[in-house]
Write a protein that binds this ligand. Structure first.
Ligand code: IMP
Length: 422
């Protein structure tokens, strides 16, 4: 079985936990896009692991973690995650497999991301400043440098010097300190020696897995509303997030993807700037943010929060060909008198679907809401459907019916065992 887990909102839906949960049965868990702008938290054996690049399923004994070609890599972050796991006794050689086609996020990419955000001033996008956009821009404009070059040191040295000299000229325009070529090359030499044993042809690993009918789980990062084409550009990330990104980001043939799980948080959150039709403010927003611990795993920024936007989620499910839903953080909504759900948008008095909105329209749409009675019972960590209050059941039934896709998992807390098989 080959399956995919995808975020259906603006990221931070709680995908890490669902990947970890479904990983028990997997042979391979594969990252295929994005970079360390993603943050997936996994809690295992009482310990919290905030992963940014490591495939979340890697903590399971039998699972091999693959970082396939579509992922962009900050090698400092990668090495620190490998070291964190090695310190806890995880043996990663032969268990972590990284494609030599992955592009490297260079120091100048991070400097340029930050410089561009600062230059945008009040029009900033709220990027994670991890260099993702500049690294992907270099990739598509043939200026990128891959692990492949890193393993061929003379080529790497030549390309790195050439690119850094040009990027330093650009950084000078922004009045930013230039990158020191000699120092950085020395660092890359050490990083290269550390990660070399993990680098391989991941296409062959996946191909063999499919041939031998292994269970393979593709771990999506971010969320469909951040997709470079289908999100409200430019308030998006640099990657495609939808199902096709698995094909380009790993080489898995499209026909082999059998199951797509969309992770839907019971409300919405977003980090960074840009339109957010169902955004809440004031005390209600503060209480959901605190209860849901809605602070960025990557940047620590407080997340904006709002009601569940089913107009946007419905689009996300359609465009990704979703077959199953995992609902997360339903426990966070306990204690509210009323819970609202957006079921459509009005723009200038007329209905407008999410897909017809650019960022200007999405900023101005008026959400159409359905209101539900809340529940007061604490449902933290509940493991059976029968223990849910009738109001929570009604809320879930409505979501399932509206989206027309079956809910398979309801997560009721951050720990691995806190969920309901639905
Ligand atoms: P970038 O990906 O760092 O360039 O940031 C672009 C936008 O995507 C910003 O609004 C980020 O906050 C957002 N973003 C990127 N990755 C994630 C994620 O995994 N979760 C939530 N937001 C993300």
């Amino acid at each position: 079985m080959v399956s995919l887990i995808i975020g259906s909102q603006w990221g931070d839906e709680g995908k890490g936990k669902i990947v970890d949960l479904l990983s028990e049965k997997q042979d391979l868990v594969v990252r295929f896009h994005g970079g360390n702008n993603a943050g997936h938290t996994v809690i295992a054996n009482g310990k919290k692991y905030p992963f940014h690049l490591m495939p979340s399923g890697i903590l399971h004994k039998k699972v091999a973690g693959v970082i396939a070609n579509g992922t962009v890599l900050d090698l400092d972050v990668l090495v620190s995650e490998i070291e964190m796991l090695q310190k806890d006794g995880y043996k990663l050689e032969g268990k972590l497999l990284i494609s030599d086609r992955c592009h490297i996020i260079m120091p100048y990419h991070k400097a340029m991301d930050e410089a561009m955000e600062n230059a945008r001033g009040k029009n900033k996008l709220g990027t994670t400043k991890r260099g993702i956009g500049p690294a992907l821009a270099d990739k598509v404009s043939y200026n990128g440098i891959r692990l492949y070059e890193l393993l061929n040191w003379p080529q790497f040295e030549e390309k790195f010097k050439f690119q850094t000299e040009i990027k330093n000229k650009i950084l000078k325009v922004f009045k930013v300190k230039p990158i020191n070529i000699v120092d950085e090359l020395a660092k890359f030499k050490i990083l290269m020696e550390f990660i070399e044993p993990f680098i391989t042809d991941t296409y062959q690993v996946i191909k063999k897995g499919v041939k031998e009918k292994e269970n393979i789980l593709f771990e999506g990062a971010h969320g469909v509303m951040l997709d470079n084409d289908f999100g409200p550009y430019p308030y998006v990330t640099g990657s495609n997030v939808i199902t096709g990104a698995v094909n380009t980001g790993s080489g898995l043939p499209v026909k082999d993807m059998k199951e797509v799980w969309a992770v839907v948080k019971a409300y919405t959150s977003r980090v960074g700037e840009g339109p957010f039709p169902t955004e809440l403010s004031g005390k209600l927003a503060d209480s959901i943010r605190e209860k849901g611990a809605e602070y960025g795993t990557t940047t620590g920024r407080p997340r904006r929060v709002g009601w569940l936007d089913l107009e946007a989620v419905k689009f996300a499910l359609e465009v990704t060909g979703t077959t199953n839903i995992a609902i997360t953080k339903i426990d966070v909504l306990s204690g509210l008198d009323e819970i609202k759900v957006c079921t459509g948008y009005k723009y200038k008095g007329k209905d407008i679907p999410y897909s017809s909105c650019g960022y200007v329209e999405l900023e101005k749409v008026e959400p159409v809401y359905e209101a539900f009675k809340g529940w007061q019972k604490n449902i933290d960590g509940v493991k059976s459907e029968s223990k849910l209050p009738k109001e929570a059941k009604a809320y879930l039934k409505f979501i399932e019916k509206f989206l027309g896709v079956k809910i398979g998992i309801i997560s009721t807390g951050p720990a691995r065992e806190e969920y309901i098989k639905y």
